[in-house]
Design a protein around this ligand. Structure first.
Ligand SMILES: Cc1cc2nc3c(=O)[nH]c(=O)nc-3n(C[C@H](O)[C@H](O)[C@H](O)COP(=O)(O)OP(=O)(O)OC[C@H]3O[C@@H](n4cnc5c(N)ncnc54)[C@H](O)[C@@H]3O)c2cc1C
Length: 487
């Protein structure tokens, strides 16, 4: 009893003592990582926060996910850059948790480790033909057009076909459709990767199908993104009137959601307001509802390239308990020919060694950001380890959602400091960045500090100014590291 009271006192005084550094490592420099760092620095004047990222560039999906024609969304990087320039904050790029450094090593070197490394893999459908050439995840395609160095060489074939099928109808699916259909002259003044712009300029894609399992009432997008794609110049929109017929259950859903109601209204309006004359080069966007993918079709000669998707028609049934309508197959099938498929069916996180992982939910088991040793309902914490962002909640929500998510995780950390939960970690001296940099040096990992990222930033802006773009991204590991390391 006396010991635990002493621990509490020790932790309390530790949390408030500005001269004692609280060494914190944040893994991942996306919104979740930066919001966590910002809040930690604000709340604890003695905290020293090191942000590591596997890329030489910071900002996660703000750089490699947000669409190039949404520059206003990327302004948040100014705020993140101010965090990185705080004298108690360091950014170390080109440092990968799992290969450059392990979780157990970080736990030895820091009092607190916050994992915010996002969701960098894809959900799979698990249907026949999913590995055929010509099928990509939306994540890969988005990384490709945003110049992520891991997808520079994706080379989606935009010339061998006039039809692309996008599976999914969420905002990412709409981004992808817009990039495929928007006039390239408009994309040319954005920060789209040059290799993607060049490929889109030569693209023969004229028809894009956005396919959803459920109906227009359940379309998982928001109005801003929908309006934008519907507003593309000279685009013919195709929506079958029969799909717009509502059931009483649909009416009930619409009553309960203003966003769904607006989305439905926009789709209904678009269905009846197509352009009167269509040219031979007309671009078309088809919203296809009530279809679930059943398999991908290979060519007759089994050439290994997708030539179509087999869909099963669906109807909606109320799922018992949830009150939601789910799509169930009808046993009727139809094929849609195409040679390019982009699966926009969701992202997935993956675990690293020593980190508990809920394989079913695809997240790290946690309560309010406190990592739990397993997902079976046992609330024992992995001491000193926290989680934030998509790795904590799953791949949903906008940038600002991560602000609230970081607030929750930081609150948990400070509660634990107050309660003495971190007492054993705090009682040991931790080397923090000094130890980390020594270890990385021994492993020949070339660390990219924020000042070196700024060299990349300057170079990208300079290259962009030559082409009337806000920036021309460096898109290979070699180019990025060369510019960052240049003296
Ligand atoms: C295509 C797309 C478009 C979007 N558009 C918008 C939009 O317009 N507006 C909006 O508000 N929201 C948008 N979002 C949502 C928003 O991007 C996310 O909510 C947010 O980025 C999630 O933040 P995060 O920090 O959890 O993950 P991320 O942003 O993915 O950051 C994770 C970071 O961890 C790093 N990392 C990964 N693995 C490791 C490792 N092993 N070691 C070290 N570092 C690692 C990554 O390099 C990355 O920098 C979009 C999302 C997507 C996918």
């Amino acid at each position: 009893m006396a010991i635990s009271r002493a621990m509490k006192l020790f932790s309390r005084s530790f949390a408030s003592l500005s001269s004692t550094p609280l060494r914190v490592c944040v893994v991942g420099s996306g919104p979740a990582g930066f919001y966590t760092a910002e809040k930690m620095l604000k709340r604890h004047q003695g905290a020293e926060v090191d942000i590591v990222d596997r890329l030489p560039t910071p900002y996660g999906l703000v750089r490699s996910g947000v669409a190039p024609d949404h520059p206003e969304t990327k302004i948040v990087t100014n705020q993140f850059s101010r965090v990185a320039q705080n004298e108690r904050c360091s950014f170390f790029g080109n440092v990968s948790l799992g290969s450059s450094v392990s979780l157990s090593e970080l736990r030895e070197m820091y009092h607190v480790v916050v994992l915010a490394y996002g969701a960098e893999s894809d959900r799979v459908l698990g249907i026949a033909g999913e590995d055929l050439a010509g099928i990509h995840s939306a994540r890969e395609f988005v990384w490709w057009y945003n110049g992520h160095p891991d997808c520079k060489y994706l080379t989606p074939d935009l010339k061998g076909t006039d039809t692309a099928v996008i599976l999914g109808q969420g905002n990412v699916a709409l981004d992808v459709a817009r990039i495929l259909l928007r006039p390239t002259a408009e994309l040319a003044t954005t920060d789209i990767a040059s290799h993607a712009l060049a490929a889109l300029e030569e693209s023969s894609i004229r028809k894009v199908y956005l396919v959803g399992r459920r109906g227009p009432v359940q379309a998982a997008c928001t109005t801003k993104e929908l309006r934008e794609v519907l507003g593309i110049k000279d685009l013919h929109i195709n929506i079958k009137e029969v799909d717009l017929v509502k059931t009483p259950a649909d009416e009930e859903e619409l009553k309960n959601s203003r966003i769904q109601k607006r989305v439905y209204e926009l789709l209904s309006k678009a269905a009846v307001s197509g352009p009167s004359h269509r040219s031979s080069d007309q671009r078309e966007l088809h919203f296809v509802f009530f279809r679930k993918p059943d398999g991908f079709l290979d060519s007759d000669d089994r050439g290994g390239h997708v030539v179509g998707v087999r869909f099963e028609k669906t109807i909606l049934k109320e799922s018992v308990g949830s009150g939601k309508q789910v799509a169930v197959g009808t046993g009727q099938f139809e094929d849609l020919e195409c040679r390019l498929v982009l699966k926009s069916i969701g992202y997935r996180s993956f675990p690293v060694d020593g980190l508990p992982f809920d394989a079913h939910k695809g997240i790290v088991p946690n309560v309010g950001g406190r990592v739990l040793i397993n997902s079976s309902g046992d609330h024992t914490q992995l001491e000193g380890v926290y989680v934030c962002g998509w790795l904590k909640r799953g791949p949903t929500g906008i940038i600002a959602t991560n602000l609230y998510c970081a607030e929750e995780t930081i609150t948990s950390i400070f509660e634990d400091l107050e309660k003495g939960v971190l007492a054993s970690a705090l009682s040991l001296p931790k080397p923090g960045k000094e130890g980390l940099l020594q270890l990385l040096d021994r492993r020949n990992v070339k660390v990219i500090p924020f000042s070196s990222w700024e060299k990349i930033d300057t170079e990208e802006r300079r290259l962009g100014s030559l082409k009337n773009k806000p920036r021309d991204k460096l898109t290979t590991w070699e180019e990025l590291l060369k510019v960052a390391i240049k003296v």
